[in-house]
Design a protein around this ligand. Structure first.
Ligand code: ADP
Length: 190
């Protein structure tokens, strides 16, 4: 079941699904620094979106080099039902002592900043870093949600962003995000 919460002007959704099937202005890709595609959600986005996305990624690489963890770049959406794909690189989990939390928050924040620059009003995120990159799910969910909530509350008055959706691939990930949101709501928004 979808969970919904209003964050200022922005509606937050936690839902289970396949991000490549989302009909939104932008979907976010959990890419790697090479921007050359990979497994998991990255592979799924390139497969569904077609070759133009990789072509654009190659151009970005040629001009700016690799994408550092925590940073984000934008391409068109190719064959997807999204105008843009925002490619961000989450941290690889090394035990928690190499700024993984800061890098993960940066990945969400920089993706949202870029979205606003391109006048994106609806955006879908996957659970960044919790697959191949091994970030513990509960901790990642809390950082993801805290960062998005803070961002949306800060821009509430400008009414720039209508929807932020987390598209969570499996039921366990969705229920973990749901529990994290519940916990944050109890702490911060009594
Ligand atoms: P990372 O390398 O950042 O850990 P992964 O792609 O390995 O990225 O995993 C990130 C999350 O994306 C995992 O929860 C994984 O189950 C999920 N995922 C994989 N494919 C899809 C998809 N098509 N839609 C949404 N989420 C997906």
């Amino acid at each position: 079941m979808t969970t919904e919460k209003l964050l200022g002007h922005t509606r937050l959704f936690l839902m289970q699904g396949d991000i490549t099937r989302q009909n939104v202005d932008a979907i976010v890709n959990a890419a790697n620094s090479s921007l050359m595609g990979g497994g998991g959600v990255d592979g799924a986005i390139h497969r569904a979106g077609g070759p133009t996305i990789l072509e654009e990624c190659k151009q970005i690489r040629a001009m700016h080099g690799q994408c550092a963890p925590g940073e984000a770049v934008i391409t068109g959406g190719g064959n997807l039902n999204a105008r843009f794909v925002i490619h961000t690189v989450g941290p690889i989990w090394h035990g928690g002592s190499t700024n993984e939390n800061i890098i993960l928050a940066n990945a969400y924040r920089n993706s949202l900043d870029l979205a606003l620059q391109y006048e994106v009003r609806t955006i879908s995120f996957p659970s960044i870093s919790t697959g191949a990159y091994g970030y513990p799910l509960e901790q990642a969910a809390e950082i993801a949600l805290t960062t998005v909530i803070e961002f949306c509350q800060n821009i509430a008055e400008q009414q720039l962003l209508d929807e932020v959706r987390f598209i969570l691939f499996d039921q366990f990930t969705q229920s973990t995000y749901k529990a994290a949101l519940q916990k944050l709501s109890n702490e911060d928004m009594p």
